[in-house]
Each structure stands twice: as structure tokens, then as C-alpha cells.
Design a protein around this ligand. Structure first.
Ligand code: ADE
Length: 224
């Protein structure tokens, strides 16, 4: 999978994508993540990419031309399944959407800033609009980082233990059960006996029950 991210603050994303699981995923050839500086697609000498809003009002608008140039340039070289715009008024991201996107081919992600992008970008180029939550960030970059991270870890082979993605919270609309490691007794606080019993089936039952309890108390909306 190839993911191209269009932003006017590329430095913000470069370091994020060169660490940990995302770094390994790229080195192993599972994902190629390329960050594009939108200012490179501006044709004026100050490399500006925003302008005042027609009709007045506070805040600048990201112009259609540099964005169109950048997206067309990418589309002339690669096939893309989606052009995703990160915006607080998009569809709210959840694990189901992440699962769907992880099965796609290449993706373009566009990060908004200021008052957002000219509506014609959304009408003509964007195929999907996503928000990472009901709060407003200063730009779409953190949204793109969240989206890339959540997608790439689902690509087969990226996680060492492939089953670990399947037992994540949300994968079956349940939060994950509690987990424990050594020591079995920490200052009198003990690991539940069942986990030390060696009874695989009983342990599975216990985990399922704990996941249900957690979900019922913390996120009952997931069970509706
Ligand atoms: N840009 C600004 N706020 C955002 C949000 N909540 N989700 C995605 N992109 C954003």
C-alpha cells in the first residue's frame, strides 16, 4: 500500500513516520508513506497556498489550484482508491472504517489548515472526508498520522504477532480485556488465578467475560 499525504507542514509528519512500527512497515516493504509539501505546488514567488475567503470573514482558505496540481501529479503516476480529506466536519473515524481502508490499494490524504480548503477541492477531488473526533485541531496532520498508524498496523505482516491486531479493542465491538505479565504477585496485588491455570478454553471465556464487563461499564454504546 502506498499512502501519499499532502500538507503545508511536512516536517510535522516526517519524524512521526520514521519511528517504530511505521518505520518497520516501510523498511519491510508493507507500506510506502510519502509526505508532500503543498507549497512546492504553488506557482507564486512566495509559495503561498492560501488566500482570503470570497464574501469576507475571518480566516484564510487553502486554494484549489496548488491542491489540484498536487493531486493530479500523483494521479498521473499512481492509481489511488481514495482521496481522503481530514476535517472536523467529516465522518467520524472508527475501527470499522480503518479496517475497510486497510484493505484498499493506494490512498491520498489531504490535510486542511486555516478555514479549510476551497469547497471545489472537496467537490472535485475528495472521495471521503474523515474526522478523528469531535474537537477542532489546528490542522489535519494529526488526523492523518492517526489514520496512517491505525491502517498500517492492520496490513498483514506488519505486527509481529498477527493475532494481536485481531484482539484489539473495538475489533469485535468489545473493548480489550485486562492483561497481566510477571510478576504474578506485585506487593500483594495478584494476577487472577485463571490466567495461571493453563486452561486455554477457560481463559478465553474469562477474557470474553471481562471484555463484556469493560464494554458495558465504559462504552455501553458499543453494545447497542
Ligand atoms: N482537522 C482539524 N480538526 C480535525 C479533526 N477533528 N479531525 C480531522 N481533521 C481535523
Amino acid at each position: 500500500m502506498r499512502i501519499d499525504i499532502i500538507t503545508c507542514v511536512p516536517d510535522l509528519l516526517h519524524s512521526f513516520f520514521s519511528h517504530s512500527i511505521l518505520k518497520r512497515a516501510q523498511q519491510a516493504g508493507h507500506a510506502e508513506i510519502v509526505v508532500h509539501d503543498l507549497r512546492q505546488y504553488s506557482t507564486n514567488k512566495h509559495r503561498t497556498i492560501d488566500d482570503y475567503a470570497f464574501g469576507g470573514g475571518a480566516g484564510m482558505v487553502m486554494q484549489v489550484e496548488p491542491i489540484a496540481r498536487c493531486i493530479r501529479d500523483l494521479q498521473s503516476r499512481h492509481e489511488y482508491d481514495e482521496v481522503i480529506y481530514l476535517t472536523p466536519d467529516g465522518e467520524r473515524l472508527n475501527q470499522g472504517i480503518v479496517n475497510q481502508l486497510s484493505l484498499k490499494g493506494n490512498l491520498i490524504m489531504l490535510c486542511g489548515h486555516y478555514k479549510g480548503v476551497d469547497q471545489r477541492v472537496r467537490d472535485l477531488f475528495v472521495t471521503r472526508e474523515l474526522s478523528i473526533g469531535d474537537y477542532v485541531l489546528s490542522g489535519g496532520e494529526l488526523g492523518a498520522a492517526v489514520l496512517v498508524d491505525s491502517i498500517v498496523r492492520l496490513i498483514p505482516g506488519v505486527l509481529n504477532d498477527e493475532t494481536s491486531a485481531l484482539t484489539d479493542s473495538f475489533q469485535d465491538n468489545l473493548l480489550a480485556p485486562p492483561v497481566y505479565s510477571r510478576p504474578a504477585d506485585f506487593e500483594g496485588s495478584k494476577v487472577p488465578d485463571i490466567l495461571l491455570s493453563g486452561h486455554e478454553a477457560k481463559i478465553e471465556d474469562w477474557r470474553y467475560e471481562q471484555a463484556l464487563i469493560r464494554t458495558r461499564t465504559r462504552r455501553p454504546d458499543l453494545l447497542d
